[in-house]
Ligand binder design. Structure first.
Ligand code: HEC
Length: 133
């Protein structure tokens, strides 16, 4: 009997925690404006770390892999586009004409949503700005 109550209490607490989390997580919105200043070295460093752990499997800066090369992506695309590719990958695959074109071209594996925060996505953008030639 007590065991059942204890198990029930745990289930209830678990359920409440999950619900609180769902409420606490802010909904992802599309990024419409990115302010660029001079390249920020701290963000570049963070972005480089993220790039090495989350992106190199598919993206080399200079050589085509599973995904396109990214050396000069900041010269070819807007910062908002790049941020949304990283932060709102699935929505971009559905709605953005440029990105949809790439999905067709790289039809082997569509880019998975890397599940990063907006700040992490911004650091990656900063890293990509720093490597452009
Ligand atoms: C599993 C492979 C994979 C991983 C991991 C991956 N990507 Fe991609 N990425 C792709 C593919 C494939 C495309 C082309 C579009 C498509 O098919 O979805 C792409 C497209 C892009 C583009 C658009 C390039 C352009 O010219 O418009 C950017 C920017 C990009 N990825 C950045 C990243 C970043 C940053 C990461 C790491 C957080 C990352 N990707 C992780 C596979 C990947």
């Amino acid at each position: 009997m007590t065991r059942k109550i204890v198990v029930g209490a745990f289930l209830l607490i678990g359920f409440l925690l999950i619900n609180m989390n769902a409420v606490a997580a802010p909904p992802k919105v599309m990024i419409t404006k990115v302010e660029l200043g001079t390249v920020n070295p701290k963000m570049v460093n963070d972005g480089k770390g993220l790039y090495t752990s989350k992106c190199v499997a598919c993206h080399d800066l200079d050589q085509k892999k599973i995904g396109p090369t990214l050396r000069n992506v900041t010269k070819e695309r807007s910062p908002e586009y790049i941020m949304n590719v990283i932060y709102n990958t699935t929505k971009m695959q559905k709605n953005d004409p440029t990105f949809k074109g790439l999905v067709v071209k790289f039809k082997n594996v569509p880019m998975p949503d890397p599940n990063l925060t907006e700040a992490q996505s911004r650091s990656l953008l900063e890293y990509l700005r720093s490597v452009a030639k």
